[in-house]
Write a protein that binds this ligand. Sequence first.
Ligand code: SAM
Length: 281
Amino acid sequence: MKSQKSFLNNVPTLYLVATPIGNLKEMTPRAVEILKEVDVIAAEDTRNTMGLLKHFEINTKLIAHHMYNEKQSSDGLIEMLNNGMNIALVSDAGYPLISDPGQVLVNRVIDAGYNVVTINGPSAILAALCASGIAAQPFTFVGFLGSSEKECKKQLEKWKNHEETLIFYESPHRIEKTLKYCLTVLGDRRMCLARELTKKYEEYLRGTISEVLEVVKECKGEMVIIMEGCKQEEQPTLSMPDLLKIVDRYVEAGMSAKDAIKKTAQEYGVSKNEIYRNYVS
Ligand code: SAM
């Protein structure tokens, strides 16, 4: 057990500084103050961070700390803390460590007995979650799903029966495929696609997965998926035409008719033979 009394001890500190996820007006005064005060800023991408520093007239020395040099760069940063320097870590946007580099450094700094302090700020996860209309807690942040179909579906299988709200990060060129995999594995549940948060084209698409899929081709920019958790209560009784619509959606998402009927039957507690008879008639 280790206690860290950040405001009372006089120990060199690594500050994890959250930065705007788009709108520069969300930079906090404390973040600016800390970035001005520290001896060095370690940044995921020095060119991106340079723009932020210029905007806020911050002249602190900047060094690179990214996923390709994280281990090696951590050695150098620990050495700086050994010499009594204070350091800030920033990523391109939002919080360091959240789908971004920093975990290796944080663990090393804690092990070395120095302070690690978060300077709070904008978070794409929390912004998307709170406005989504999906239960805000409990939730599980998953981050990016695997990029291949096999990997992505395997991960989704793991989350299929998870009751908590799920949060995924996604990029615009993969969103359609990912939502198709979600529909196939998780079933047609409620979700919110929150994109371009805090920016001019900010948009929240709230609906079922199949509804969002109908328009997702047009969606660009940075995006977060907020996905309803697995419901434990019984599914509502649906009429046969509604059940057939669900079968059609699964088929459109790439499932065979046989699998789509089986899945719909299981989800809504209806006989698959009955759905099949109506499907072929
Ligand atoms: N460290 C960042 C954080 O705290 O959110 C995340 C970095 S990760 C490399 C980038 C992903 O974050 C994007 O692909 C997107 O999923 C999400 N993201 C970042 N900014 C966003 C925004 N303004 N609107 C929606 N999603 C955003």
